[in-house]
Design a protein around this ligand. Sequence first.
Ligand code: G1P
Length: 305
Amino acid sequence: MRITKAVVPAGGLGTRLRPITRSVPKEMLPLGARPVIQSVAEELAGAGATDILIITGAGKRAIEDHFDPGGAATDPDASDALSSLLDRSRVRFYATRQGAPRGLGDAIACGEQFAGEEHFLVALGDCVIVGAEPSGPVRRMLAAHIEADAAASILVQRVSLEATGRYGIVKPGADVGAHALAMADIVEKPGPEAAPSRLAVCARYVFSPTLFDYLRGLEPGHGAEIQLTDAVRAMIADGHRVLAVPLQAGEMRLDVGNVTSYTRAFVRTMLTDAEHGEGLRAWTAKLLQHLDDPTTPDPDQPEPS
Ligand code: G1P
């Protein structure tokens, strides 16, 4: 089985990033020298995705413009990475609107026609996975999913106990092969006292189309939203095989959901950028020194003569 379709939800309102997100979709914020959602698309293409459906909403038109192949073809400034992504013989982009933002489960349900009878990837459009090979974790998840003939597989990361209330948290079962665990249960955003583990859902999933049977008619859950987690929970309860695939050492998720996480993600991406990183690290070191001790030179001020 080859899995080549991907659904990228990008309809969230970005309320924690106001006022930036009054007119700019959070998915279009730069991470390093490209918008977040372009990195997500590159990660998916690197894992074999050829057809990517972006679920948008009000105020998100800039995302469609960014992936307009005509736009890149006539734009001499489009980077090689973007031009290659917009080569229709390699990747095709589609967009549809969610309507009202009723939750992640509702957004994914918009992909039913697109997925058809095929297993498909889901990648949240507001966070990237970084590591030695950005597509590596998704490739590992796909391989485990296919090998175990699973109905769903989800990338997970270990988080601190205090952070469990911000994530879907997994109850792990037995090992399945070298890179995956069976999932015994999953719960959306439990507090530390209720969390079944510290393994948190990490923005990348692969599903069989069976998922849509569980999304249909799902009642609102945490935060009065239609939760993808609740559909997965019901799949597990019905005996479907669901896997958790942990991130490995050196791999991490960077998310742009609020000002602090966005700033950290941006700074980390820039400081590790192949082209700009070295110079920016030297500048940052001088700036930090100056902020600690104002008698040292400010790297943005000329030396006094
Ligand atoms: C969503 C999911 C949650 C997951 C998180 C990060 O939450 O509902 O299960 O852990 O993404 O991938 P959100 O951050 O959109 O509230």
